[in-house]
Design a protein around this ligand. Structure first.
Ligand code: WQD
Length: 337
């Protein structure tokens, strides 16, 4: 199949491009490089020995998206395009709503105009909100998000579901990611955050490489075994392979399916720090600080639906995630620059 990856040069998109090419699919990427680099796609080509059709452009630019879709005629769209920094979304809510909702509408309109009927969407475990106790199951009603970024994901899910009610030929797969970390085993592609990292693993790797002095662990007094928050960390290549399965599932399917992509295994912040140190033989300075507002104590997936419906299960361990994150960081201390 030919797959359009909107926002495909970013962290998850570039790893998914590798997995799709290795599974024999063709890949078209549209990206505005707002938080990504064309170098990631050049490296995807180098890793796989296959070509990617790469377009610079914004997924909110209707003419650009329509021209591209008419020309490439993709069988399926994977929608990764969007802003994703939680803290920034609290400071700039209108920008987040405008951009993220607009990308979704523009892609859906262009699909309708060109007869493309399959879409896979990058959603997030954040849509379960504070109301649902872990493990999160796809049948739970969505909850209240603690920030505008999370609300955009929840609203985009709703828009996609409404579109599928109106068009019975549409196939929508909503993939709810838990906490993707790690990098391609080669160390050639990985996560490349702009400025100070918001997420745990890129912060840990930047402390390890000497770019930041120490990690602040946000809260040591939660009601968890070691007092720090529990999350469902998933290797980005497992996540990427989940997308391949979702695209192949959607090809013979219509309607909406919601699927968690997680391991089902929670780990604490200190588990990450300790495993990272052990696997890589490198020290990570840290201190326990105050809680971060909006953090939930425990979030992890019920991962059984992905196994049942997609025949997919995460294979890589926490040690693999820590080793591959470090391999990427130490070989590319300044990311793609
Ligand atoms: C993980 C744990 C922190 C940084 C968010 C979004 C989600 C998804 C991923 C992104 C928490 C702790 C972190 C640090 C720390 N979206 N931590 N010190 O909050 O689970 O999920 O990012 O695109 O939708 O909500 O991920 O990596 O920020 O935090 O102690 O410097 O690490 O408190 O327990 P989170 P995270």
């Amino acid at each position: 199949m030919k797959i359009l990856l909107a926002g495909g040069a970013g962290y998850i998109g570039s790893h998914t491009a590798v997995a799709l090419l290795e599974a024999g699919h063709q890949v078209v990427v549209l990206d505005n490089y707002d938080n990504s680099s064309p170098e990631a796609i050049h490296r995807v080509e180098e890793l796989t020995g296959k070509k990617v059709s790469l377009y610079e452009g914004d997924a909110t630019d209707h003419k650009r998206v329509l021209d591209l879709m008419q020309r490439e005629q993709p069988d399926c769209v994977i929608h990764f395009a969007g802003l994703k920094a939680v803290g920034e979304s609290i400071e700039q809510p209108l920008r987040y709503y405008r951009n993220n909702i607009d990308t979704t509408l523009t892609l859906l309109e262009s699909m309708a105009e060109t007869g493309c009927k399959k879409i896979v969407f990058s959603s997030s475990a954040t849509v379960y909100g504070a109301e649902n106790a872990a493990p999160c199951h796809e049948l739970m009603p969505k909850g209240s998000c603690t920030n505008p970024y999370g609300w955009t994901k929840s609203m985009m899910e709703q828009i996609l579901q409404d579109a599928a009610v109106a068009d019975k030929d549409l196939s929508v797969v909503l993939l709810r990611y838990f906490n993707p970390i790690g990098a391609h085993e080669s160390g050639r592609i990985g996560e490349n955050p702009r400025g100070i990292p918001n997420n745990l693993m890129p912060y840990v790797t930047q402390v390890a490489v000497g770019k930041r002095e120490k990690l602040t662990v946000f809260g040591g007094d939660y009601d968890t075994p070691d007092g720090t928050c529990l999350r469902d960390y998933i290797h980005v290549m497992d996540l990427a392979e989940g997308h391949v399965k979702a695209v192949e599932f959607g090809a013979n399917h219509t309607g909406v399916d919601i699927i968690n992509l997680g391991t089902g295994q929670p780990y604490s912040v200190l588990d990450i720090v300790h495993t990272f140190q052990e696997v890589n033989g490198i020290k990570v300075n840290y201190e326990i600080g105050p809680r971060r507002s909006g953090d939930l104590p425990v979030v992890y997936a019920d991962a059984s639906k992905a196994q049942k419906v997609l025949g997919w299960q995460a294979k890589r361990t926490l040690a693999d995630m820590c080793r591959d994150s470090w391999n990427w960081q130490k070989n590319n201390p300044d990311g793609y620059e």
